[in-house]
Design a protein around this ligand. Structure first.
Ligand code: APR
Ligand code: PHB
Length: 401
C-alpha cells in the first residue's frame, strides 16, 4: 500500500469538494481531492442550475467565473402561477439582486478544468473505503484506485461525499432529521428555445410544473408525479401534453422540441448534526438534503465549503482555530433556514395528494399572500436570491498566494 501525507484530504469532486479544494490551493494549502467516479461521469451529471448571488460571487473570487459571466442567464425575477393566474415576483423591485441560470455541471466543468490546468491534485476513480483516527491530530483515510490501495494522512479530512458517502458514518452520535415527500419530479432536458424569459413555478389541480432553462436553446422542465411513479409510463408526447396543461395561461404556449434526457428526482429533506467530529468535517449533501423547489442544494453546498475553507485557512495560516470551532453550529443554523424556505416553496407550489379541504384552503391563503402582499413577496424574493457574498468570505483573498 502506498502512503502519503497532505494538509487536507477532500472526499468527493462535487461542488462542495471542488470549491473547497480551490480555496485551499489558492491559499497555498496542500490538498488532494479523491473522487470515486470518472471525470466524464461527474461532468455529465445533470442537476439544478440556479446560482444565488453569493455563489456567483464565490466563483468569481476563486477566478472561475469567466464562462459563467458570458453564458449564464441573469434573471431578475420569477413567475409564480396558481391555476392559470401568473404573478411576477420582481427581485429588482422587491430586493436588490438577481440569480444566474447556469447548470451545476457547467460549474463543475469550470472548476475541474481550472484545477487540472493548475495541476492541483485530483484523482478520479479513487474510492475512499476507510476513515480512521479522526479524533487525533493526524487522521487517516484509505482509498483504492486503478493502481491499488493507498493511505493518506492529513491534518483535516473534509467529507464532501454526498448523500451516500462514507464521511457521515464516521461521526459518532450523529442525529439525523428526515422528511420524505409523497411526490418526485419527473425532469426533462429538451432542445427547445424556452417560451419564457424567467422561470415559471406553476401550481395546478393536476400537480406542480416548473419551466426552467439552460440556455437560449435548451429548456429544462419538471412535472410533479407520485413518488411511486414509473418513468416508462410516460411517452415524450404525454410529457409535453401534461406540461402544457399545467403551465397553461392566457396567450402562453410551451415550446416543444427533442427530449434529450428524462429523469426522476425524489423529494426529501435531511439534516444531520453535528457536521464535525475531531478533524473530520462534513460539507454539502453529506450532511443535508433539501427538496429541489427553489434550487438551494448547490448553493448550500457552496456555502458550507466556503465556511469550511475560511475556517481551515485561518487555522493553518493564521494559527487561529476559533473560526473552525464554530463551523458546525454556523452551518446547521443556515441549513435550517434553507430547509424552512425549501419546504415552504415546496408546500406552496405542489398538489398535496392527501390534503383535506381545510389544508387546501390554507395553501390557497399562502398562494394569495405572495400574490397580493408586497411583504410576503419580498420575503420570498429575499430568500430566493440569497445574500451577497459577505466580508468574512471576501477577506480570505488576503491569504491567496
Ligand atoms: N470516495 C470518493 N468519492 C466519493 C465517495 C467515496 N467513498 N462517496 C461519494 N463520493 C463522491 C460522489 O461520486 C460525488 O461525485 O462525492 C461526490 C459528492 O458530490 P455531490 O453529490 O454533488 O455533493 P455536494 O458536493 O455536496 O453537492 C451538492 O449536488 O446533489 C446535488 O442537488 C445537490 O446541488 C446539490 C449538490
Ligand atoms: C433547474 O433548472 O434545474 C431548476 C430550477 C429551479 C428550481 C429547481 C431546478 O427550483
Amino acid at each position: 500500500m502506498s502512503q502519503y501525507d497532505t494538509q487536507v484530504a477532500i472526499i468527493g469532486a462535487g461542488p462542495a469538494g471542488l470549491i473547497l479544494g480551490h480555496l485551499l490551493s489558492l491559499a497555498g494549502i496542500d490538498n488532494v481531492i479523491l473522487e470515486s467516479r470518472t471525470r466524464d461521469y461527474v461532468e455529465a451529471r445533470v442537476r439544478a442550475g440556479v446560482l444565488e448571488q453569493a455563489s456567483v460571487g464565490l466563483l468569481d473570487l476563486v477566478g472561475v467565473a469567466d464562462r459563467l459571466k458570458t453564458e449564464g442567464l441573469v434573471h431578475e425575477g420569477i413567475y409564480l402561477q396558481f391555476n392559470q393566474q401568473r404573478h411576477h415576483i420582481s427581485f429588482g423591485e422587491l430586493v436588490e439582486g438577481a440569480v444566474t441560470i447556469y447548470g451545476q455541471q457547467e460549474v463543475l466543468k469550470d472548476l475541474i478544468g481550472d484545477r487540472v490546468r493548475h495541476e492541483w491534485p485530483l484523482i478520479f476513480g479513487a474510492e475512499v473505503q476507510v476513515i480512521e483516527d479522526v479524533g487525533s491530530a493526524k487522521p487517516t483515510l484509505r482509498y483504492r484506485d486503478k493502481d491499488g490501495d493507498h493511505e493518506v494522512t492529513a491534518s483535516f479530512i473534509a467529507a464532501c461525499d454526498g448523500t451516500h458517502g462514507i464521511g457521515r458514518s464516521s461521526i459518532p452520535s450523529m442525529r439525523t432529521y428526515n422528511h420524505d415527500y409523497p411526490y418526485s419530479w419527473l425532469g426533462i432536458l429538451a432542445d427547445a428555445a424556452p417560451a419564457t424569459d424567467e422561470l415559471i413555478y406553476a401550481y395546478s389541480d393536476r400537480g406542480f410544473a416548473l419551466y426552467s432553462m439552460r440556455s437560449p436553446s435548451i429548456s429544462r422542465l419538471y412535472l410533479q408525479v407520485p413518488s411511486t411513479e414509473d418513468l416508462t409510463h410516460w411517452s415524450h408526447s404525454q410529457i409535453w401534453e401534461e406540461l402544457s396543461l399545467r403551465l397553461a395561461s392566457t396567450g402562453f404556449e410551451v415550446t416543444t422540441g427533442e427530449i434529450t434526457e428524462v429523469g426522476l428526482t425524489p423529494m426529501r429533506s435531511v439534516v444531520s448534526t453535528p457536521m464535525r467530529h475531531g478533524h473530520l468535517f462534513l460539507a454539502g449533501d453529506s450532511a443535508h438534503v433539501v427538496p429541489p423547489t427553489g434550487a438551494k442544494g448547490l448553493n448550500l453546498a457552496l456555502q458550507d465549503a466556503l465556511d469550511l475553507g475560511v475556517g481551515i485557512i485561518h487555522a493553518i495560516k493564521g494559527r487561529d482555530y476559533e473560526d473552525l470551532d464554530g463551523y458546525s453550529d454556523r452551518c446547521i443554523a443556515r441549513v435550517w433556514q434553507i430547509q424552512r424556505f425549501s419546504n415552504f416553496m415546496t408546500s406552496l407550489m405542489h398538489l398535496n395528494y392527501s390534503a383535506d379541504e381545510y389544508q387546501r384552503q390554507l395553501q390557497r391563503a399562502d398562494q394569495r399572500g405572495v400574490s397580493i402582499s408586497r411583504a410576503e413577496a419580498t420575503s420570498l424574493a429575499e430568500r430566493y436570491v440569497g445574500r451577497p457574498l459577505d466580508d468574512r468570505a471576501r477577506s480570505i483573498s488576503k491569504w491567496f498566494v
